[in-house]
Design a protein. Sequence first.
Length: 230
Amino acid sequence: MVIAIDAWKLAYVALPKAGCSSVKKALAMLDPWVAVPDKPDFQTWHRIYQTRRYHPGLWAEHADFFRFCVVRDPAKRLMSCYTDIVVKRRALKDSPRVRATGGLPVNPDPDTFFCRLPRYRRKSSIVKHHVLGAELFLGPDLRGDYDRVYRTGELDELAADLSRRTGETVRMPHANSSGGKLSIFDLEGRTIDRLRPLLDAQYDYLRDYFVNPLGPRIHDACAIGERRVS
């Protein structure tokens, strides 16, 4: 869960689909214990530093480190699960459980995917991993647990802060672009309403960093709640 660079007393917790490939790459370049291969790809950084859920005991061990995380607008993070996992990586086609399940197309359009998101995340571990609530990775108290919480739009500022702390030149280009852009408002109204409880919970958790763009409910639909995940 904790990505720690002891040499520089840096501690980072990764949130999937929130710039973690870029941050992991930058940290790997700073970490004297990491041997970066000659021809890395974006998966290289995830093999070096795995993303795990929040563990308060492990996090407390790094209380004297500069502890930081990066957060992303919840709707944009959720949409990028479709553009990256479904469209770019075509991961559903590689899932035997999805292929074997009736009513779950392996190449769904956005509305089909999000309307059936509970079923997709039950059948696909990669979908589940990327749509879990941010609090499961970052913990319940962002202000208390972190010295700095950066938005994804502030990666240049993070790079500058790391440069200042280490004396090294840190650059943070986007390491895993999801490709085509998809907005929550590209979805049908009924699809948005299905996602509303999940997104409302995420915007409440990140209320100090993002404004919920969703207005009041506009269509009757069977909404998708944010399930408790053990």
